[in-house]
Write a protein that binds this ligand. Structure first.
Ligand code: ADP
Ligand code: MG
Length: 390
């Protein structure tokens, strides 16, 4: 893997850098709930200003349809200034005169931040004119937003037609770690969660490379359904049969794939009960893996040298059904604190891991859920083109 890093950008003093970050932080009522994405972007910004660059920070926030106050990056700029302990000039504009003037006024080592890129439709459309106007603000482009690299959007893809492009420090690190994971031959992969459509390519990839694939969550329901088992009212995907079929030879499941050996269901009366995969009733809903499965999966995790986890084992948002997910999270975290290399990724998966307060033991925690899945599953990555090459 070759990465065009900042080292190759040459002299940065006096040059204006368009820095695409992922500061898409969770917000509530104009307040930032969790700022780890901003913290993850600090190293690159500090490196740039130490080198004397003039930095234009750009990001998206949420999925706004047009401009709305709720999706303004103003609070993010304020938090960034606080974390850096330096002024960050917020410009409530993207490519208009205010942005152009502010960019021209930047001095060496100064930072400004643009308004939410998605306030302009051109961002979503990967519009070349919009991208060229973004590019016109700066001399070089630095991408530090791995989380959106699977998107074909103007500040991620088209902008690279107009500026010399480099990887930011966190993007480079994330690409290196995930590449190592992708081709690791002796990994144990744990997958769960809800939508099989987004996970199918990843399943296929790891089926080819990993030692074992331990399945849970609603993902496993699709396999039970395919085997003709009763899954009651459980979540599954009508269209999953074609994807699931690939892992069977006739009726026989690939030995690499390990399914839960017991489950926790919610009964019609709302009680939680452990049953065998053959014991699910018509009115039951599968919401977690059972105690025997937890012990079985734990034994695989203990023997692994590399662990990759994406997707909760159950509906962990509901207290009675979080044991499986939290146990697996703790087991992975405690193994990762030793010689085992552990990678955990995915929006809800990371949320579950954080509930254990053990996230810091995990070697790599990826906030870039969709992008990580896309990368590991071999999907095109428009954001990495020209920056990260095989
Ligand atoms: P991630 O964002 O970590 O990749 P997903 O988006 O694939 O994970 O899935 C997370 C969601 O899956 C969680 O909100 C969880 O409640 C849900 N889930 C997991 N197992 C089940 C289940 N058996 N039934 C219903 N929902 C489930
Ligand atoms: Mg999710």
């Amino acid at each position: 893997m070759t990465i065009k890093t900042l080292k190759q950008a040459g002299r940065l003093r006096g040059r204006t850098v368009f820095l695409r970050t992922d500061f898409n932080v969770p917000m509530k009522g104009g307040k930032i709930i969790e700022d780890y994405r901003i913290r993850a972007g600090l190293v690159t910004i500090e490196r740039l200003i130490d080198a004397g660059a003039r930095v234009i920070v750009a990001s998206h926030l949420g999925e706004p349809a047009g401009k709305d106050k709720e999706h303004s990056l103003r609070p993010v700029a304020a938090r960034l200034a606080k974390l850096l302990d330096r002024p960050v000039k917020f410009v409530p504009d993207i490519i208009g005169p205010a942005a152009v003037l502010a960019a021209l006024a930047l001095k060496d080592g100064e930072i400004m931040m643009l308004e939410n890129l998605r306030f302009d439709e051109g961002e979503y459309d990967n519009n070349s004119v919009f991208a060229s106007k973004l590019a016109a603000l700066a001399d070089i482009y630095v991408n530090d937003a791995f989380a959106v690299c699977h998107r074909e959007q103007a500040s991620i893809a088209a902008i690279k037609k107009f500026l010399p492009s480099y990887a930011g420090l966190s993007l480079a690190l994330e690409a290196r770690v995930l590449d190592k994971m992708k081709y690791s031959k002796r990994s144990v992969v744990i997958m769960g969660g809800a939508k099989i459509s987004t996970k199918a390519p990843l399943l296929a990839h790891f089926h080819a490379t990993a030692l074992h694939l331990l399945l849970g969550g609603a993902l496993a329901n699709n396999f039970f359904k395919f085997q003709g088992k009763e899954i009651g009212r459980s979540l599954f995907d009508q269209e999953s049969a074609a994807a699931v079929k690939k892992f069977f030879r006739g009726r026989k499941l690939s030995p690499k794939i390990i399914l839960p050996i017991d489950l926790v269901v919610k009964t019609k009366r709302g009680e939680a009960r452990a049953v065998s995969p053959d014991g699910v009733g018509k009115n039951d809903t599968i919401l977690d893996i059972g105690p025997k499965t937890i012990a079985l999966y734990d034994s695989y995790i203990r023997r692994a040298r590399t662990i990759i986890w994406n997707g909760p084992m159950g509906k962990f948002e509901e207290k009675p059904y979080r044991h499986g997910t939290l146990f697996i999270a703790r087991s992975i975290a405690s193994r990762s604190s030793g010689r085992t290399y552990g990678v955990v990724g995915g929006g809800e998966t990371v949320e579950a891991l954080r509930l254990t307060k053990m996230a810091e033991y995990v070697d790599w925690v990826s906030a870039a859920g969709g992008a990580m899945l896309a990368y590991l599953g071999g999907a095109p990555m428009p954001g990495l083109a020209k920056i990260v090459t095989k």
